[in-house]
Design a protein around this ligand. Structure first.
Ligand SMILES: C[S@@+](CC[C@H](N)C(=O)[O-])C[C@H]1O[C@@H](n2cnc3c(N)ncnc32)[C@H](O)[C@@H]1O
Length: 301
């Protein structure tokens, strides 16, 4: 437990009031704690447990975190395989909904919500890249969820961002995220549709200079990477022009970067692989290929 608290303290010192992962056991860099992650939405911490553990262990963790002054409320979420996530307030004050900051921008999060809180913290470097490189560009944000990439792109001076996500709830939070940052204007478009039934609508705002593809790994009935990623990549030619860039993202530890690189090579030979973006330093991975993959491509012809 001492090792966990030492890492949490180290990460808290790096947060400077912004959201961050303060313990990432799933990257296998902390033997014995592979089932534990802790997210930080100041001043609230969210413990996520990926296997069943003894109640006494949770109490020890919870009590240890209580000794850290910065943390004013703790939520514990149990996400064992095959079970619906269960969430409980361990101690302190945790609002149902709050605003959190990342790279100087605000996002709405719900720390007490089952499953995802509203902001995927592992994508911070992707959003940083977009913020620094979207100036003057027409951007397509596929699988936008709460539109964090769009907020980053518009903050970086994008000319237009089209967000597509089949979850109306996520898109509505996305609109709110734009409002929170003074970016709610005609440059941001929101399409709350199943992508696979909306190519015509998506095409109508193109061609795009930058496309972000960040789908789930496995959401049966909506998107299963092995079957559906190719269908998205196949559309890139008709949505882009020479010089356009693509960020293709994939977060399944089972598939290496080779999975995306092969699809791109087969379906989009005119796109050249440029780089894999680095993951945030609060997501240490013992095996890089198991972590989040964000690959950048440029269309050459
Ligand atoms: C991993 S999240 C995307 C994270 C997001 N890019 C971000 O930066 O926060 C995956 C999203 O894909 C959406 N989704 C899954 N299948 C879809 C489909 N067929 N069409 C549109 N959206 C879909 C889900 O609703 C979910 O919000």
């Amino acid at each position: 437990m001492q090792q966990v608290i030492a890492e949490v303290n180290r990460q808290l010192a790096l947060s400077h009031g912004e959201s961050r992962r303060i313990f990432h056991g799933r990257g296998h860099c902390f033997p014995g704690f592979e089932h534990l992650v802790i997210d930080w939405f100041p001043p609230v911490a969210v413990v996520r447990l990926y296997k069943e553990v003894e109640e006494s262990w949770v109490t020890e963790l919870s009590d240890s975190l209580k000794t850290l002054n910065a943390i004013q409320g703790l939520v514990v979420q149990r996400r064992s395989r095959g079970q619906e996530a269960q969430q409980s307030l361990a101690w302190g004050e945790v609002p149902e909904q709050m605003n959190t900051m990342e790279l100087g921008l605000f996002y709405q999060v719900k720390p007490q919500r089952n499953q995802n809180s509203g902001l995927f913290l592992d994508m911070r470097e992707g959003r940083r890249w977009v913020m620094h490189n979207a100036g003057g560009k027409r951007v397509l944000n596929l699988f936008s969820y709460t539109c964090a990439f769009s907020v980053a792109a518009l903050a970086g001076g994008a000319e237009q961002v089209v967000n597509v996500d089949m979850s109306r709830g996520a898109i509505n939070v996305g609109r709110e995220n734009h409002r929170l940052n003074g970016l709610a204007d005609e440059r941001a478009k929101f399409l709350a549709y199943d992508l696979f039934r909306s190519w015509k609508r998506v095409r109508q705002y193109g061609p795009y200079d930058l496309i972000v593809i960040d789908p789930p790994s496995f959401q049966p009935g909506s998107f299963v990477a092995e079957k559906d990623y190719r269908k998205v990549i196949r559309r890139l030619n008709e949505l882009t022009r020479t010089g356009s860039e693509v960020l293709a993202c994939h977060n399944d530890p089972k598939n290496s970067t080779g999975f995306l690189r092969q699809l791109m090579q087969e379906e989009c030979p005119d796109f050249r692989f440029i780089e894999r973006l680095s993951n945030p330093d609060d997501f240490p991975e013992a095996e890089a290929e198991k972590g989040l993959k964000v690959l950048r491509y440029v269309r050459e012809n």
